[in-house]
Design a protein around this ligand. Structure first.
Ligand code: C2O
Ligand code: CU
Length: 475
């Protein structure tokens, strides 16, 4: 695994995390709360793998992958002018950000697609602090796989007590031996199995060897999984990372279960790590989510400078909560959301196969269903899975009746994860994406406080394209 390109001695581009403000215009000066950006999706060559390989032909935001890190403060307003330089229509979705419906970037559902040469202006408030990201929602199985994604960071109103605040955008690419992208998108095999797994993982757009740290420092590490299918399970040798947020939302600080930080596609985890080893030390960060394909992601490389402090700082306190409405479980309506289909999944058990029957669906690559329905991106008028009255509390009971993992993402809202397989979760964490293991059940709860029709879909983007999507109406 990671056979093609694995980490070599190469300086790691920390700069990617620091130069976030590209594209800020003068408007920010005249109207302090408005942050104006431009994003230009277009083809570009990017040095993903580095010498001696040629640059890789990608689709990028502003010529880079990941696109520029947008970094604002909670309460600020963003205006992002998107000009489409791609040969396809596109949109931009602000994953996890509670935007008004018209700004959510779902083609035909919340806006007309932006045609080649077209332009669209997004404008919304950064209501919640946290780690978010952006990506197209138009043929995303292809557009995200080609390199269209970037981080969106909303800083807390008050300074958080860490020495450094760093983002690692984790991505997975399917490359040829010549470091070119394989353009075999939406292969039936990938769609019906784990999705389009790649062979080259990058951190902030490079095959990195190391990440430089200083002894004694406390780092906030924002992990973003932008891969179209790969699940990460990161272990930090010699360190005890503390999880402080999931999907941007603060959680009681705790070490990850089994010492491993798991991120399904679309998910984010904020860690606080005390660099407690000695100057000159080196520790591997490994990914063993798929145990037979474990690999070293990079090393934490301690510089020679003396330690920043002699004793570890006090335990990290919980980040300030965002103002999310608390679901009222006594009055909540419950909706079951059954995931079915895929390889080894007993397709055909659920009925409701749609036009053309099962054969026709298979031929169109529609092999996944939510509550018996497979929805294609082109099915614009499909009925919502269910409707919620505004401000109604709702429990969604996910049942993964398949042999595969599915990171299920809801737009426009956060939900609390209440239980998994009937066992209450320890932290009742807020999330916008819940990763369901094969055959797993999970209960989540939310308040439907954002009106509109909102996508609910698997963030394995080949699964989404293969039918695993639907909408929820908040009337
Ligand atoms: Cu990150 Cu519907 O998407
Ligand atoms: Cu899935």
């Amino acid at each position: 695994m990671m056979t093609h390109f694995s980490p070599r001695r190469r300086a790691f581009l920390q700069a990617a995390a620091l130069l976030g403000a590209a594209g800020v215009t003068g408007a920010a000066r005249t109207q302090p709360s408005l942050r104006e950006y431009t994003l230009a999706p277009a083809p570009a060559k990017v040095a993903l793998v580095g010498d001696p390989y040629p640059p890789t032909d990608l689709w990028t935001f502003d010529g880079r992958a990941p696109g520029p890190e947008l970094r604002v403060r909670q309460g600020e307003r963003l205006r992002i002018v998107v000009t489409n330089g791609l040969p396809q229509e596109t949109t931009v979705h602000w994953h996890g950000v509670r935007v008004p419906h018209a700004m959510d970037g779902v083609p035909h559902l919340t806006q007309p697609p932006i045609g080649p040469g077209g332009r669209f202006v997004y404008e919304f408030d950064a209501v919640d602090a946290g780690t978010y990201w952006y990506h197209p929602h138009s043929a995303s199985y292809e557009q995200v796989a080609r390199g269209l994604f970037g981080a969106l960071i909303v800083e807390e109103r008050e300074r958080v007590a860490v020495d450094r605040d760093v983002t690692w955008v984790l991505s997975d690419w399917r490359l040829t031996r010549e470091a070119q992208l394989r353009t075999d998108f939406r292969q039936m095999f990938d769609v019906a199995h784990a999705g389009r797994l790649g062979n080259t993982v990058t951190v902030n757009g490079v095959v990195a060897d190391s990440f430089d740290v200083r002894a004694g420092e406390r780092v906030r590490l924002r992990l973003v999984n932008t891969a179209v299918a790969r699940i990460f399970g990161l272990r930090f040798d010699g360190h005890v990372p503390v999880v402080v947020a999931y999907d941007g939302q603060p959680v009681t600080p705790h070490p990850p279960a089994d010492g491993r930080v798991v991120l399904g596609p679309g998910e984010r985890v904020d860690l606080v790590i005390d660099m407690s080893a000695t100057p000159g030390a080196r520790f591997a960060v490994t990914d063993d989510f798929y145990p037979r394909n474990a690999y070293r992601l990079l090393d934490l490389a301690y510089g020679r400078e003396p330690a920043l402090r002699d004793r570890p700082p006090a335990p990290f306190l919980k980040l300030p909560d965002n103002l999310l409405a608390e679901p009222d479980l006594d009055r909540a309506v419950t909706h079951e959301i059954v995931l079915a289909g895929g390889a080894m999944g007993g397709m055909g058990m659920g009925g409701g196969m749609g036009p053309g029957g099962m054969q026709g669906m298979m031929a169109r690559g529609m092999v996944w269903m939510i509550n018996g329905h497979a929805v294609a991106e082109s099915d614009h008028g499909h009925a919502p899975l269910f409707t919620l009255a505004r401000n109604q509390s709702c429990v969604m009971r996910f049942v993964n009746d398949t042999a595969w993992h599915h990171p299920m993402h809801l737009h426009g809202h956060f939900f609390r994860v209440l239980s998994r397989n009937g066992v209450p979760t320890r932290h009742r964490e807020w999330r916008d994406t819940v990763l369901l293991a094969p055959r797993e059940r999970a209960e989540v709860a939310l308040v439907a406080d954002n009106p509109g029709d909102w996508m609910l879909h698997c963030h394995v983007l080949d699964h989404q394209a293969g039918g695993m999507m639907g909408t929820i109406r908040v009337a």
